[in-house]
Design a binder for this molecule. Structure first.
Ligand SMILES: [Zn+2]
Length: 479
């Protein structure tokens, strides 16, 4: 196995990954702000952190991974007030949709899912701690963080702080680098807005304090890994560092990992350009969850991902190629023994797969290792050289691959049906398919070709394609 290397935004370097406690990883991911359906750019980041956690688990680490739901921020406060709903009632639909989408994309649930609104007391306690250390000041019922008091401010995003006026403030949760200012930890309520009654007054937390308070509560004062989209590095993560390190005097996070942006057909995704997609928009167009997962995972996370419909098509055929190969391995008839050189070829592919993922999660390199082997094995099968004795080793490599990429199992139709897309009826299960294929074989043996054709047609009508191969075996797959 290769040494795991990860690119740390804080140092600007790719470093060997060594957690604080051997075999345990304490990781935090900024979850979605549940004011709307998450879009494919968001899912690019969530797929990245899923690949990361699955790879770390594959390599034997025990994960303690916390992900939050930001269910209070400027937009949620404004939208819920406008609709006359409580925060819980307003966000519930989007929380549920997010959980459903993650399941559909095979994104593993983290060890701990938490909501900001369940942790207001922890946020208040952290603000009080900062106040005691004089990192805060009050103004008009709100409480601000004094960035001039934290000399390391800007170390993550490498922001230039010259020319920033002491005491200038910013109230909104999201802002550009140019407006780096003292930011709100606690905001006094405007008329009609939801607020909490707390020892530091009426109001609600700023977005940044939420993650500092929750991450440290569940993972301790120093985390191993913190992930998020690159757009969160400033101001959100910079402010998390300022809050946490001012309070504890300890490093907050050892490895900061950020996923790059996603473009759509070469352009920034935006509602006004008409190129804005949620997962559900794409499912409604007939695209499969496995296709989306594969596409979003296939580009290494630190590269911009250009999402195109051609790319989706290619991703669909890549998944198809892998599934066909898996079926061929399982259902094909090969002569006994081992093919000369094949065992070494499989070992080399497994080593290169691990090398790729160890190389700062270079998913493109890891995928190439698997696809190269699939190509070589398919050629060997076509020539009749592939042997039964090599089947198990190839299957084991595919199983390892799928513990990280999670696209081999053909459950797309079922997943879509749960969300209300695709066919209403469930197709036949594997056992039923195998039974019908056996019946068809029997019919052919007794030269009842009309019965054999009838069974083939029945299967086709129910979405199952069968193929008679040269070696005399029968392969099948779902359409
Ligand atoms: Zn966060």
């Amino acid at each position: 196995m290769h040494e795991i290397q990860l690119h740390n935004t804080l140092s600007g370097k790719t470093e060997p990954f060594v957690p604080q406690k051997p075999a345990e990883v304490r990781m935090y991911t900024c979850g979605p702000t549940v004011y709307d359906y998450a879009h494919i750019g968001n899912y690019r980041t969530f797929i990245f952190q899923d690949i990361l956690r699955r790879f770390l688990k594959l390599r034997g680490f025990r994960l303690n991974h916390v992900m939050n739901l930001t269910d209070v921020d400027d937009r949620i406060i404004a939208n819920s007030a406008a609709k006359g709903l409580s925060i819980r009632d307003y966000t519930e639909k989007y929380v549920q949709a997010f959980f459903d989408d993650c399941k559909t994309l095979n994104i593993e649930a983290p060890e701990c899912w938490i909501r900001a609104t369940d942790h207001i007391g922890d946020m208040v306690a952290l603000i009080e701690r900062l106040r005691e250390k004089t990192f805060t000041y009050d103004s008009e019922g709100s409480i601000y963080y004094r960035i001039a008091k934290f000399p390391n401010y800007g170390k993550l995003s490498k922001i230039d702080l010259s020319g920033i006026q002491a005491g200038a403030r910013v109230d909104v949760d999201r802002y550009e680098k140019e407006s780096a200012r003292d930011f709100a930890l606690w905001k006094s309520p405007k008329p009609g807005e939801h607020f909490w009654e707390t020892p530091i007054g009426k109001g609600r937390p700023g977005w940044h304090i939420e993650c500092s308070a929750m991450a440290m509560k569940y993972l301790g004062e120093t985390l191993d890994i913190h992930t998020g989209g690159i757009d969160l590095a400033f101001p959100h993560h910079e402010n998390e560092i300022a809050q946490s390190e001012a309070a504890t005097g300890k490093p907050f996070v050892r490895y900061w990992l950020h996923a790059e942006h996603l473009l759509v057909e070469g352009e920034k995704m935006s509602k006004s350009l008409g190129n804005f997609y949620t997962l559900r928009n794409l499912f409604a167009k007939g695209h499969k969850p496995s296709t989306l997962r594969f596409l979003l995972a296939s580009v290494p996370y630190r590269k911009q991902l250009n999402f195109t419909f051609d790319g989706l098509q290619q991703a669909a055929s890549s998944v198809e190629r892998l599934r066909n190969f898996t079926a061929r391995l399982q259902q094909g008839k090969f002569s006994a023994g081992k093919q000369k050189g094949m065992a070494a070829r499989i070992d080399q592919a497994a080593d290169e797969f691990d090398a790729g993922l160890s190389d700062d999660l270079n998913t493109a390199r890891a995928l190439a290792a698997v696809f190269d082997l699939v190509r070589d094995a398919n050629i060997a099968m076509d020539k009749g050289e592939f042997r039964q004795g090599d089947v198990a080793a190839v299957q084991s490599l595919l199983a390892t691959f799928d513990r990280v990429f999670a696209v081999l199992e053909d459950t797309d139709a079922e997943r879509l049906r749960v969300l209300g897309y695709g066919a209403k009826e469930a197709g036949p299960g594997d056992a039923e398919i195998e039974r019908l294929i056996a019946e068809r074989e029997a019919a052919r043996k007794r030269r009842d070709f009309a019965a054999a054709d009838r069974i083939r047609k029945e299967l086709a009508d129910r979405g199952i394609l069968i193929e008679d191969t040269r070696d005399g075996s029968v392969r099948w797959k779902r359409k």
